[in-house]
Design a protein around this ligand. Structure first.
Ligand code: NAI
Length: 492
């Protein structure tokens, strides 16, 4: 029976773009995206979509009202659909068993219970959310324990590999689509139905089918590998800063080896986003539960290195500003966890900003796509360390980079937005306090040019050259002392 109606539970960063692309490529399929948040659904039905993603507006405009619908009527959409994607959030558990590491499956479970309650006909239920390996078993247990007579279910795992900021392109030109299912004839038939949906635009050879557990684990593994590369290059960035090697040169030399490849080797202030940390913590927890402590410790290091990098960068900012930022004005350029998204979940900017506020700095923050309310809430609520009143008194949000940097002592670049590369730094320098510092946490700026303009520049993974402070003598950099000491001790 070919699929004619799809329901997607969860209108978030995954459910929204994924189903918009399915609707675009399969005009004969009616796709309904539902969410329990009426506010989110209202935004999907408005001119200003709830998420920023290049290319998304055009796809939604083309399909919405034709074969793409956003609704809060979850029951009706479940009832009508032959295939249901579960695309709800699976955050890290905040309390109870596995707190701080295990994935919280309460939203997946409640979605499964609702499907069981409503469904009067056979359904293919597809895990789109990232879940622990063998989660499909739990969903199946819920569905089978609550099923109505004559109703049968097939559970598939179809993890999503899109990256925020390039979601539409990733969906249209996916490297691969992964579908896992039961090895029974019914399981294979269900896999085939989902394959047919993707085959409207993805070549069959790029659709990989596996057993359910391999598919679930592959998603965690893919995110662990990606994050591991970032942590690996970031760990080397610390070595570069202490030796005179340049991490960009090292990354290029290493990445040209075809066995290694050049992608995901950009050193930075650290990775963020809703997935990497959560999925690796989940993997670590699974390994511990499986009594594999060595494997757990191995992947935990990827997270620990990321924390180290964020702290190291924040410490570098403070140390460079004469070890005190109390009452200094510092502009933060970029608050999203990466460019081309307004998502701030686990953004390194939160860590940097909170550390600086804690040290008494006054922050001027600008991000092209993050709302003021989101920034204030991230700084006040996350970890509940800073009082909202303190945040309000120390943080101002600006509508452009020029006003954000005016009269500040330093600029900290936390997100690699293209517009930050194009700014008129001569004008910015003229309007800043002197000496004017710039900390490039994303390695996107032309450091030589900035130095020539008079900026004191610091970045990641590159030994700081001796710079002349305008009007003062040559600075003896601590980093060089460390380097000489190391050689002296090695020789003696
Ligand atoms: P999100 O938080 O943006 O969206 C999830 C949505 O599900 C929310 O709007 C929430 O209200 C809704 N929801 C929760 N329970 C519901 C229910 N019972 N019925 C209807 N709606 C319900 O989350 P996001 O980022 O879309 O992630 C979803 C899943 O996809 C997660 O498991 C995540 O790990 C995974 N993923 C996320 C990627 C990303 O880049 N954000 C990439 C690949 C996978």
């Amino acid at each position: 029976m070919p699929i004619t109606k799809i329901c997607c539970m969860g209108a978030g960063y995954v459910g929204g773009p994924t189903c918009s692309v399915i609707a675009l490529k399969c005009p004969h399929i009616r796709v309904t995206v539902v969410d329990k948040s009426s506010e989110r659904i209202a935004q999907w039905n408005s001119a200003k979509l709830p998420i920023y993603e290049p290319g998304l507006d055009a796809v939604v405009q083309k399909c919405r009202g034709r074969n793409l619908f956003f609704s809060t009527d979850i029951a009706q959409a479940i009832e009508e659909a032959e295939l249901i994607f579960i695309s709800v959030n699976t955050p890290t558990k905040r309390f109870g068993n596995g707190k701080g590491r295990a994935a919280d499956l309460k939203y997946v479970e409640s979605a499964a219970r609702m499907i069981a309650e409503i469904s009067a006909g056979d359904k293919i239920v597809v895990e789109k959310s990232t879940v622990p390996v063998r989660a499909a078993e739990s969903i199946m247990n819920i569905l089978r324990a609550n099923h109505k007579p004559g109703v049968s279910y097939q559970i598939l795992s179809n993890p999503e590999f899109l990256a925020e900021g390039t979601a539409i392109d990733d969906l249209l030109n996916a490297d691969r689509v992964l579908i896992g299912g039961e090895e029974s004839p019914e399981g294979q038939a269900a896999i085939e139905e989902l394959c047919k949906v993707y085959e409207h635009w993805i070549p069959r050879k790029n659709i990989l089918t596996t057993n359910t557990w391999s598919s679930e684990l592959s998603k965690l593994a893919a995110n662990a590998f990606l994050a591991q590369r970032i942590s690996s290059i970031n760990s080397l960035s610390a070595v570069c800063e202490s030796t005179g090697a340049d991490v960009s040169e090292v990354a290029r030399a290493v990445g040209l080896d075809s066995r290694i490849g050049s992608k995901f080797l950009q050193a930075s202030v650290g990775f963020g986003g809703s997935c990497f940390q959560k999925d690796i913590l989940n993997l670590v927890y699974i390994c511990e539960c499986l009594n594999l402590p060595e494997v757990a410790a191995y992947w935990q290091q990827v997270i620990d290195m990321n924390e180290y990098q964020k702290s190291r960068f924040s410490a570098k900012v403070i140390e460079s500003l004469f070890n005190t930022v109390t009452d200094k004005k510092i502009s933060i350029l970029g608050f999203a966890f990466k460019k081309n998204t307004g998502d701030t979940r686990e953004s390194p900017a939160i860590h940097v900003a909170r550390t600086l506020i804690d040290e008494g700095a006054k922050l001027h923050i600008y991000d092209p796509k993050v709302e003021e309310s989101q920034i204030m809430s991230d700084l006040s609520n996350c970890g509940a360390i800073l009082e909202p009143e303190l945040v309000k008194s120390r943080v101002s949000i600006f509508k452009d980079a020029y006003s954000a940097t005016k009269n500040t002592h330093a600029i900290v670049v936390c997100t690699e937005w293209d517009e930050f590369v194009e700014l008129d730094y001569k004008r910015i320098y003229a309007e800043m306090m002197k000496p004017a510092y710039i900390f490039d946490g994303r390695k996107i700026l032309d450091h030589d040019k900035l130095q020539k303009l008079g900026f004191i520049v610091q970045t990641i993974g590159k030994k700081i050259e001796c710079q002349k402070l305008r009007g003062s003598g040559k600075i003896k950099l601590k980093i060089e002392e460390k380097w000489y000491r190391y050689h002296f001790e090695a020789l003696s």
